[in-house]
Structures are given as C-alpha cells and as structure tokens.
Design a protein around this ligand. Structure first.
Ligand SMILES: CC(C)(COP(=O)(O)OP(=O)(O)OC[C@H]1O[C@@H](n2cnc3c(N)ncnc32)[C@H](O)[C@@H]1OP(=O)(O)O)[C@@H](O)C(=O)NCCC(=O)NCCS
Length: 166
C-alpha cells in the first residue's frame, strides 16, 4: 500500500537516506553530498518545531519520499523528493497536497519554492497544483562542481482576499 502521512521521529534515518540518494543524482535538489552534518538532527528539530513540518510517502512500510514545509512570515516554503523508481506514480502530488493543506490550515497567505530550470517534472507538478513562476535567479547557486546554476521561483497565493498593494 502506498500513501502519505505525517512524519514521525523514527523516520529520520529513512528520510535522510532518501535525501542522500536524491542528492547523489546531482540533478534535482539543492542538497549535495555529503549532506550537512547533523542533517537528521535538523529533520527532528523541524518535526518538533512550531513553524515547520515533514510528510513522508510510504510504500509498504518503506519511506520513499518526503516533503518539508517551513513557515516564515506567513509564507510556507517547501522542498520535496521521491526516490527514483517510485516517481511518476502520484506520490509527489500526494506529498504536495499535504504541504498545501498544512499551509492553508495554518493560515499562511502564500507558498513559495525554488526549482532548477531543467527540472521539467517538478515544474510541471507545481504548475498543475496552481504555482506560478514569479522570478528567475541567474547564476545564483554555486554547485560543488564550481558551476553556477539558475533557479526559478514558483509561488502560490493562498490569501486572495486581503487588500494588496503593488
Ligand atoms: C518532482 C517529484 C517530487 C514529483 O513527484 P512524482 O511522484 O514523480 O510525481 P507524480 O507522479 O505525483 O506526478 C505529478 C505530476 O508531475 C508531473 N510529472 C510527473 N512525471 C513527469 C514527467 N516524467 N515529465 C513531466 N511531468 C511529469 C505531471 O504534471 C504529474 O501530474 P499528472 O500525473 O497528473 O500528469 C519527483 O519526481 C522527484 O522527487 N524528483 C527528484 C527530486 C526533485 O525534483 N524534487 C523537487 C525539487 S524542486
């Protein structure tokens, strides 16, 4: 059975393993190997913290993906990853739905994320969920290879009622 659930502290090693495997691909997420020392400690702190959360994708009792959400100033920032071999099966969408639900329930006015321009799959998922491109960062992130990667900022406004000002 595949599904998505709130993460628990016992998921720390499994989620770190997922992050390390996706980081090892060197293509899709910001994290690179080696992961920061104390990565699982940060995971546990995010789980326990008042302004952040994790959800995991579970297939037959094995964690194969996850999404973290962190609120800053009413904006929920998110990052997600699903293990190769489990992609394209709907788990990413389920994880994203949980993140959006979390942000809405907290009363966040907006969600935001950054994605590599070449990550067509992720951009497609976010766009289909209602995220729009709000900006483009040129030569913004130094990778361990030394190259400078661009990033696309995508966001979704949740509060469309409060007055705005441009
Ligand atoms: C991006 C990622 C989280 C999406 O999760 P997933 O489980 O593969 O995606 P899903 O199966 O839920 O598909 C959701 C949508 O993504 C898009 N999508 C999925 N596979 C795709 C592909 N091969 N090409 C283009 N779009 C694709 C589609 O819009 C799809 O919706 P649809 O099935 O209704 O057409 C996952 O592929 C992943 O972890 N990739 C590597 C890490 C990564 O890119 N993280 C995001 C960093 S910003």
């Amino acid at each position: 059975m595949a599904g998505v659930r709130a993460a628990v502290p016992d998921d720390a090693v499994a989620v770190e393993t997922v992050w390390a495997a996706v980081a090892a691909e060197g293509e899709w997420i910001g994290a690179e190997l080696p992961l920061r020392p104390g990565w699982s400690g940060e995971f546990l702190a995010a789980l326990a913290g008042p302004d952040s959360s994790w959800f995991v994708a579970d297939v037959g009792g094995r964690v194969v993906g996850g999404v973290f959400v962190q609120e800053t100033g009413g904006v929920a920032h998110l990052g997600m990853a699903v293990l190769e071999g489990h992609r394209g099966a709907g788990l990413g969408r389920l994880l994203l739905n949980e993140a959006v639900r979390w942000a809405r329930e907290r009363g966040c006015h907006k969600m935001a994320l950054e994605v590599w321009p070449h990550n067509t799959r992720a951009r497609q998922l976010y766009a289909s969920a209602g995220f729009v491109e709000e900006g483009y960062l040129h030569r913004h992130y130094r990778r361990s290879s030394g190259s400078l990667w661009d990033a696309v900022i995508m966001a979704m406004v949740l509060d469309t009622n409060s007055p705005g000002r441009t």
